[in-house]
Design a protein around this ligand. Sequence first.
Ligand code: ZN
Length: 120
Amino acid sequence: MSLQGNCHCGAVTITLDFQPVSITECNCSVCRRYGARWVHGTRSNVRVEAQPDALQFYCWGDKFIEFYHCRHCGCLTHYESTEKTEESRISLNTRMCDPTTVSDLRVRLFDGADTWEFLD
Ligand SMILES: [Zn+2]
């Protein structure tokens, strides 16, 4: 099984090579504004395909994470660790997925604003 998401205009597609068991909703200052819901993978099991120049990212603070959005339609598609190894993180924003493909996944609330622990 795998999971796929794409931006509204179709310029960016993210594909997971695995079937996730849960979705993470984070309340940190960035995620709460984006309204994103994440599934975490790595560079070895998440594939990013984008038309040339479609991707832009936002990087702030300690600059550990790049939040990517489509230049054309504005959708926030994924984030990546600034470190680029096989095991470094890429997370898909599951808001880009067909809702029927993620409706069975448990949503876990992560307290990224404060304790860095799950609230359930
Ligand atoms: Zn787009």
